[in-house]
Design a protein around this ligand. Structure first.
Ligand code: PGA
Length: 258
């Protein structure tokens, strides 16, 4: 279990899925189960579902997130959505730099850094995603990749700016593959991430940042992942679309390490 300084966060990433009616239905189920959740709960939904899900979640502790944003405030940026538009529509969070965006849409650390600035300025809680590919892991580049992504993504911000920061460690080889990192692999990487955060802004800062694990989190493996000292929550893709599975993840059970 993570430090009492860091409240666990269970966040669903719905990706490009669900109709409006399905979104509303799933959001209702999450809202109804929120009171018995083991931590803070969030759903990160497609742009088109934000307004409808915000309506469902009104007055509930469940946070609403987007899956991306563009750093400019407004203007001629066809197809893009600004941080201010997200808060206006009811979002409190945003996923930034997800590996699917990095890979399929060529997002760089520099872009993630600009998006982070816009998110913080708008008062959104950013979930900055990092993680190595299988090839990088197999060629011993994991630590270098994580170090570069953290340094590049967080560049130029003071610790006070980053008080809401959430980092999600998502090994690319574990995303949507059913191949979860072992609890020991997750803990090892999370410890490394925290050391990088300490290198940037000191131990106090590092121990206050929530580091989520993502990559094939399921109802079956969530308890053993959450039992790791530096795993402060989960970013959940596939299993967040299944009501029963996500509700079980929200209510993960603490397996206290000896
Ligand atoms: P997954 O996705 O749980 O389906 O592996 C996680 C993510 O991409 O955030």
């Amino acid at each position: 279990m993570s430090s009492p300084l860091r409240r666990p966060l269970l966040a669903g990433n719905w990706k490009m899925n669900l109709t409006l009616a399905q979104s509303v239905d799933l959001a209702r189920a999450v809202k109804d189960a929120a009171a018995s959740a083991s931590g803070e709960v969030a759903v990160c939904v497609p742009f088109t579902a934000i307004a409808a899900v915000a309506e469902v979640l009104r007055g509930s502790p469940v946070k609403l997130g987007a899956q991306d944003l563009y750093w400019e405030a407004s203007g001629a940026y066809t197809g893009e959505i600004s941080a201010g538009m997200l808060t206006d529509a009811g979002c409190q969070m945003a996923i930034l730099g997800h590996s699917e965006r990095r890979k399929l849409f060529s997002e760089s650390d520099e872009w993630v850094n600009k998006k982070l600035g816009a998110a913080l300025k708008a008062g959104l809680t950013p979930i900055v995603c990092i993680g190595e590919t299988l090839e990088e892991r197999e060629t011993q580049k994991t630590w270098r990749v994580l170090e570069t992504q953290i340094a590049g993504g967080l560049k130029g911000f003071a610790p006070a700016d980053l008080s809401k920061l959430v980092v999600a460690y998502e090994p690319v080889w574990a995303i949507g593959t059913g191949k979860t990192a072992t609890p020991a692999q997750a803990q090892e990487a999370h410890l490394f991430v925290r050391a990088q955060l300490a290198k940037l802004h000191g131990e106090g800062f590092a121990s206050s940042v929530r580091v989520l694990y993502g990559g094939s989190v399921t109802a079956e493996n969530v308890d053993s992942l959450m039992a790791q000292a530096d795993v402060d929550g989960a970013l959940v893709g596939g299993a967040s679309l299944k009501k029963d599975a996500f509700l079980r993840i929200m209510g993960f059970r603490e397996l206290k390490a000896a």
